[in-house]
Ligand binder design. Structure first.
Ligand code: HDE
Length: 819
């Protein structure tokens, strides 16, 4: 779909025009300025809010869930059911998306990813243009750096020089660990006849159908700058840009491989590559480590025959065969599959060099194959191959004397002849070697509906390796957005972010299932052309078939949620209801709030009611369950699930206790409490209005100030609540807040010096609502001049330490809080 390049000067596309008509009062601004105040701002937001509510309400529960369990749904995945928003602002990132500028363009085109448009979107031509920096600033002088005087040092300020040099410094990327040296070209694959009996793969859908391809040939061992005519296997990698996504057939010019299992690939490559101590020899297998390894790996014998044959010194890329090597599967629309081997046969025939030639060419023209490919295409002699398939079934495969999962074996053409199905033509050289040939990322995991894997253990390892290697080579998980790697099929998913992300996704939703984006992008299901793996059986494990699905009993979603709820103590239940209430009060779309409560109604009616009540609506009907009748847990409740079931060893080690003090406080009782806490293993600290010495006693000091150490950082508080301290402390709002928060958070409080003072200043209730004593509140009797022993009130301090060990005293908790 063409995109409007400049919304101010170019004509809108029809889609954009429809959108503009529907869009809420489009605000024209040439500079991206927001609309003036009073320009219907409130209306836009209100309208968006209502549209979101409407969209969310259209999906009161996940209607696909019940159909996710068991074998049949696993083989026939359902399609999602997208809901179209009544107003497009419902799925917008911002109601300001109607603001346009030369930079912003207009809005996203509905359901469209321009990243999948042709390479024209990134092709650059600089004819008639002045030189600029990467920021588009014209460069006046491209010959000289900025200096302090003609003969002076270059200035750090020279951003033009620095940008140019910095970019240059980072021009190289890691070369491919194997197949580093390669050449590529664009072209097409043309299908002879529809193959729908065999496969639904898009390139084989119709006679004469052309699928664009990018093909890269390579040597394996040599580095990026090595010579072309080394004795080596040649890579033959084809990227089909199909209507259903990219299919990469990453093959070689030899139909077998050295090893049978991916586990041995790093060993093979380490043995083959230049030896690690002196980095020799370049692009050659003629050295000790390679032959040491292969001579201990008898399964490489077959491949060695091919590699020592003239196949390993081809005359031209245009004159060599290509092979998929592994046995693959073709799958038709009915889900029936056949085993398949892929063969590319060159129109120009298979021709090779002789060794002496290969050696001399490597000196005379190290780019021999690269040049040959380039020049043939430039001259209009387009290289061409015919694709032939060997098709066979499991029964035939069983009767071969070799295993078709063994990549060191061919299926002789005499046993299964080639079925010619189409031709590959390379008719255009890349515009830029780096952007295309170097950055192309082939990957055996890139298959499309109609193609599937077999259990060939070499293939299985490759499925992982090729994506993985691009993370380092191309610098992150977004290499699929590099233009040469982008499919022509539209890409829509919820993957986001990562280095060098190009796509700017519209809206707030990047997950599925969702209702806030109308359920989009939705799962395609089988009927919608989604990829479904062939359910090949795993007889050896007795686990059944390879499929994406869930066992039936996974459909019970609620029995243990209910068990958990029932096993909680009263305060824990209160906290759960409070947590739901808080979270949902932050949710802006009422339909989402109600949907959550309808989910909770399946867990516990009381919980649902408590949450709904706090949010101001009636409990909705419970959501339909995926499994009826509801499963009852084996237990009514499991006490082990309550946090209270594990009170710990009863100690107070490391608990932080604030001793709230002020100058003039009764230091003797404070010191006694401090000593007792320390001895019990707690961490007492003096907290007061300001840091510094406490009275005349130099051994005691305020260690932390109110502003530095508020209540929430402490597990408990000891108050200097004697007559001398309580009054001045009550003058500090922070001290009052401190006491209130300790109380409200149900932490133990010890008041030294009596119940009045600070406790009275915050109206702290000494009793629980029902009239019992507060088990977390400890008050020492007022100090008595006549009986100094009373000062420490050792029993109360001991009781406080026991209270500290209990951590919280939820008996005190009320809704609303009393303080
Ligand atoms: Fe590759 N191979 N390979 N390979 N291979 C790579 O992918 C790997 C194997 C082949 O032009 C790497 O992007 C493992 C067989 C070609 O860009 C890497 C195993 C066959 C190309 C990788 C194999 C191939 C590669 C290096 C054993 C023939 C070049 C950089 C389990 C059927 C593609 C990259 C291009 C490239 C891994 C075996 C062909 C590291 C782990 C067998 C044509 O991912």
């Amino acid at each position: 779909m063409p995109r409007s390049k400049n919304p101010e000067t170019s004509k809108s596309t029809s889609t954009a025009a429809t959108k503009a008509a529907k869009a809420p009062k489009a605000t024209k601004a040439t500079n991206g300025a927001p609309p003036a105040k009073g320009d219907g701002d409130g209306d836009l937001l209100q309208r968006q809010h209502e549209a979101m509510q409407q969209l969310a309400a259209a999906r009161p529960f996940n209607e696909l869930k019940a159909g996710e369990h068991g074998r049949d749904p696993a083989l026939q995945p359902q399609a999602g059911t997208p809901v179209e928003p009544a107003d497009e602002s419902a799925t917008a990132s911002s109601v300001r998306e109607t603001v346009v500028s030369i930079k912003l363009g207009s809005q996203a085109q509905p359901g469209h990813n321009p990243g999948n448009e042709s390479l024209d979107r990134v092709r650059v031509d600089s004819g008639g243009q002045a030189l600029t920096t990467n920021q588009g600033v014209r460069v006046a002088d491209n010959q000289n750096s900025l200096k302090a005087g003609l003969r002076g040092p270059t200035l750090l300020e020279d951003f033009i020089l620095r940008e140019k040099i910095t970019h240059f410094d980072h021009e190289r990327i890691p070369e491919r660990v194997v197949h580093a040296r390669g050449s590529a070209a664009h072209g097409y694959f043309e299908c002879y006849d529809p193959l729908d009996q065999l496969t639904m793969a898009a390139p084989f859908a119709a006679a004469g159908k052309r699928t664009p391809v990018f093909v890269r040939f390579s040597t394996v061992a040599g580095e990026r700058g090595s010579f072309d005519t080394a004795r080596d296997v040649r890579g033959f990698a084809v990227k089909f840009y199909t209507d259903d996504g990219n299919w990469d057939l990453v093959g070689n010019n030899i139909p077998v491989f050295f090893i049978q299992d991916a586990m041995k690939f790093p060993d093979l490559v380490h043995a083959l590559k230049p030896e690690p101590h002196h980095a020799m020899p370049q692009a050659a297998s003629a050295h000790d480590t390679f032959w040491d390894f292969v001579s201990l790996m008898p399964e490489s014998a077959h491949m060695l025959m091919w590699v020592m044959s003239d196949r390993a010194i081809p005359r031209s890329y245009r004159m060599m065969q290509g092979f998929g090597v592994h046995t693959f599967r073709l799958v038709n629309a009915a889900g029936e599959s056949k085993l398949c081997k892929f063969h590319w046969s060159p129109r120009a025939g298979t021709h090779s060099l002789v060794w002496d030639e290969a050696v001399k060419i490597s000196g005379a023209d190290p780019d021999f194959h690269r040049r040959d490919l380039w020049e043939a295409i430039e001259a209009g002699s387009f290289p061409e191959w015919e694709l032939g398939l060997q098709i066979f079934d499991e029964e035939q495969a069983e009767n071969f004397r070799f295993d078709v999962l063994d990549p060191t074996k061919i299926v002789p053409e005499e046993l299964v002849p080639l079925l010619p199905v189409g031709r590959l033509v390379l008719n255009r050289n890349p515009d830029n070697f780096f952007a295309e040939t170097e950055q192309v990322a082939f990957c055996t995991a890139h298959i499309v509906p109609g193609i599937d894997f077999t259990n060939d253990p070499l293939l299985q390892g490759r499925i992982h390796s090729y994506v993985d290697t691009q993370l380092t080579r191309l610098g992150g998980p977004n290499f699929h957005e590099i233009p040469i790697n982008a499919s022509i099929a539209q890409v829509h998913n919820n993957q986001r972010d990562g280095l060098h992300r190009q796509a700017i996704h519209r809206g707030s939703v990047s997950y599925e299932p969702n209702s806030l984006a109308g359920g989009c992008p939705f799962q395609a299901g089988r009927a919608g052309g989604g990829f479904v793996s062939i359910p090949t059986p795993f007889p050896a494990t007795g686990e059944g078939d390879k499929l994406r699905g869930k066992p039936e009993r996974f459909a019970d979603h609620f029995s243990q949620a209910t068990l958990f709820w029932r096993s909680q103590s009263e305060p824990e239940q209160r906290h759960i209801a409070g947590a739901f209430r808080f979270e949902l009060s932050k949710v802006q779309v009422p339909a989402v709030r109600e949907r959550v409560v309808s989910l909770l109604a399946n867990v516990d009616a009381g919980l649902a009611a408590a949450v709904a009540e706090g949010l101001g609506f009636a409990v909705p009907a419970p959501q339909p369950r995926a499994l009826e009748p509801a499963v009852e847990s084996e237990l009514d409740s499991s006490p082990a699930l309550s946090l209270l079931a594990r009170p710990g060893d009863g100690g107070v080690q490391t608990r932080r206790v604030a001793l709230l003090v002020v100058d003039g406080a009764d230091l003797a009782s404070l010191r006694a409490a401090q000593t007792a806490l320390r001895e019990a293993g707690a961490t007492p600290r003096f907290v007061g209005p300001r840091i510094g010495p406490l009275g005349a006693d130099e051994s005691m000091a305020i260690e932390m100030s109110f502003e530095q150490a508020p209540s929430v950082l402490w597990d408990a508080v000891v108050l200097a609540n004697d007559a001398a301290a309580a009054r001045p402390l009550s003058m500090y709002g922070q001290a009052l807040d401190f006491v209130k928060d300790q109380y409200r958070h149900c932490k133990p409080i010890l008041a030294l010096g009596g119940p009045g003072g600070l406790l009275a200043a915050v109206n702290l209730p000494l009793m629980l609502p029902e009239g019992e004593a507060d088990p977390g509140l400890f008050v020492c009797a007022p100090p008595s001049e006549t009986d100094p022993a009373l000062r420490t009130d050792a029993d109360t301090v001991t009781a406080f330490i026991a209270g500290l060990a209990r951590h919280r005293h939820f008996e005190r908790e009320t809704d609303p809080p009393r303080v």
